[in-house]
Ligand binder design. Structure first.
Ligand code: HEC
Ligand code: HEC
Length: 411
């Protein structure tokens, strides 16, 4: 049962956690190899090791690779079609809900609610759509293994857009500007059956979503100054954020999971957030996600992808279900957090102070999965909490205003 809490007795790092830290340290993010030319001056308040740890969170943005299973990934006509479809409410069964109803551009592609609601109530918080091009699993539970298969999911979900393949195909065939945009990206709508059109809609939306790259931030300017050894420029980054960074990469151990330029290892962990829904049902988290991804006819092994030899399907082929997956959720990116509250898979933490307090006062009895010995209550002082919040805020910047496809930067 997912409810069996396991007591923990000490804050010592277990062998397993130590191995995990070593694995994280060995990850070769771009920029990890780069080291500052000289040791930082004491006035910066960071050790050489902390500076090297900071370098691993950039440069931003990293290079993008097209998805081998999506033949229109990176193609401008598909990106343009995907954008139109993203803002198109006629795709829903009632004609009233589009992807943008929940993923609102001006809120960092979220809705500001604890849990989403459209045609019905959703159990989870709306995730941001920033920086999906570098993700491997989609959904808080990783229930989809590609951006295009995940993009089809809300179209069909009764509590989201409530549509069907037949409905989506009818809209594409009957709205002339959509039929034209489809033809430009894929070829004429008349030659494709309903399922094919539905999958292509997912692929065009994925091509669009891959272009949503969050802006460079104060942290990125600081990180690049460190890399150049330009201590003068680095000193422009506020002292509170520097102290917060020292906790983040040091005793807070945050960077063990929130790693690399995206501040996420893209994997699943349990940090003790309640996974009961409305006090009665359980959200199985990654345990349910693995079952979903395996049974999804649109998964990378299912024949709707465009990679002839199954390129990119290795993780889907090898994913294994285990008891520890109960209560695990995807490690979210920490970029653009100021736009995307409330936080966590159930939206239960209203602001960044509440998040940092959660880690500071962590109740180890509430961790359900093995292997989370990385987490110990940090017992931070009020000013340390302020510093960590200042650091987290420095990972956000003003994003370009998107109100329609015309104003969306289609990179
Ligand atoms: C009812 C509001 C709602 C609508 C409408 C909606 N979404 Fe979502 N979206 C969510 C929620 C909630 C999640 C988290 C889902 C989960 O964990 O299962 C999510 C997750 C996602 C993710 C995964 C992000 C990640 O980091 O893993 C993608 C991609 C996405 N949505 C794309 C879309 C697209 C494309 C559409 C339109 C076809 C859409 N969404 C419509 C609420 C919505
Ligand atoms: C063991 C891995 C792990 C460690 C260590 C960790 N996190 Fe997290 N973090 C997660 C996971 C998983 C979630 C999502 C949990 C959920 O929704 O149930 C999360 C969520 C968050 C969120 C909310 C983001 C959002 O969009 O909802 C913030 C902010 C955050 N972590 C910051 C931190 C900070 C600061 C530290 C260090 C004090 C830290 N994390 C340490 C795994 C980790």
């Amino acid at each position: 049962m997912p409810t069996s809490a396991r007591p923990r007795t000490s804050g010592r790092i277990s062998r397993r956690a130590a191995a995990c830290l070593a694995a994280v340290a060995a990850l070769s993010w771009p920029g990890r190899a780069a080291a500052a030319a000289t040791d930082p001056p004491p006035a910066l308040g960071l050790s050489g090791a902390q500076v090297r740890a900071a370098l691993a969170h950039g440069p931003w943005p990293p290079p993008r690779r097209p998805d081998p299973a999506n033949r229109v990934s990176g193609q401008s006509r598909a990106i343009a079609l995907g954008c139109r479809l993203f803002f198109e409410s006629r795709l829903s069964s009632t004609g009233t809900i589009s992807c943008a109803s929940c993923h609102r551009p001006e809120r960092g592609w979220t809705d500001g609610r604890e849990r989403a609601t459209a045609l019905g109530a959703h159990d989870r918080n709306t995730q941001t759509l920033w920086n999906l091009a570098w993700q491997r699993w989609f959904g808080w539970d990783g229930g989809s293994d590609s951006l295009w298969s995940h993009s089809v999911r809300p179209l069909l979900a009764a509590h989201e857009m409530g549509a069907s393949a037949a409905h989506v195909a009818r809209v594409l065939r009957s709205v002339p500007e959509l039929a034209r945009a489809y033809a430009a990206a894929f070829g004429t709508v008349l030659q494709a059956d309903d399922t094919r059109l539905l999958v292509d809609v997912g692929k065009a939306m994925a091509a669009y979503l891959e272009t949503l790259v969050s802006p460079r931030t104060a942290f990125d300017a600081f990180r690049d100054a460190l890399e150049r050894g330009d201590w003068h420029a680095a000193a422009a980054y506020p002292a509170a954020a520097r102290r917060g960074l020292a906790i983040f990469v040091g005793r807070g151990r945050c960077a063990a999971c929130h790693v690399g330029p995206q501040f996420s290892n893209g994997e699943f962990h349990d940090i003790g957030i309640d996974f009961f829904v409305d006090g009665s049902r359980v959200d199985p988290g990654r345990h349910g996600g693995i079952r979903r991804v395996r049974s999804d006819p649109l998964n990378r092994l299912g024949g709707h992808g465009d990679a002839p030899d199954g390129t990119g399907a290795m993780h889907t082929r090898h994913v294994r279900l285990s008891h520890r997956n109960w209560g695990q959720f995807k490690v979210p990116t920490l970029r653009q957090l100021v736009e995307t509250g409330p936080y966590m898979h159930n939206g239960s933490l209203p602001d960044l102070r509440a998040v940092v307090r959660h880690y500071s006062e962590l109740d180890l009895e509430r961790l359900h999965s093995d292997g989370e010995a990385l987490l110990v209550p940090l017992g931070l002082s009020d000013s340390e909490i302020d510093d960590l919040v200042a650091f987290l805020r420095s990972l956000s910047a003003e994003a370009p205003q998107v109100t329609s496809c015309a104003s969306s930067p289609l990179r």
